[in-house]
Design a protein around this ligand. Structure first.
Ligand code: FES
Length: 99
């Protein structure tokens, strides 16, 4: 991995635990997030992909779910809906697109 890449690699952890996925709401968020991450990573070789999408079973903040945390900053997003997820994508991911 190139040195400058190491500084910007992001881990996006979306909770799909029991509470966060009530009514399958986290599943819908995952579908949107996975598509956005796939689009961004498509412009990079496998080793240089700038975003890793992970699923959690619980992030221990169920009462304010659906939850998602973006690392390395550790920025937590609560009560996510499609609109808030779009904001997360624009804030953390959109600038990583290669074209
Ligand atoms: S189920 Fe998502 S934080 Fe607990």
């Amino acid at each position: 991995m190139p040195a400058e890449q190491g500084n910007r690699r992001l881990r996006v952890v979306l909770c799909r635990g029991e509470y966060c996925n009530l009514g399958r709401r986290a599943d819908r968020l995952y579908k949107l997030l996975d598509a956005a991450v796939s689009d961004i990573n498509a412009g990079y070789s496998f080793a240089e992909r700038p975003v890793k999408l992970e699923i959690a079973n619980c992030l221990s903040m169920c009462a304010v779910g659906p939850n998602c945390v973006v690392y390395p900053e550790g920025t937590a997003y609560h009560e996510l809906d499609e609109q808030a997820l779009q904001q997360l994508i624009e804030t953390h991911l959109a600038h990583l697109e290669t074209s």
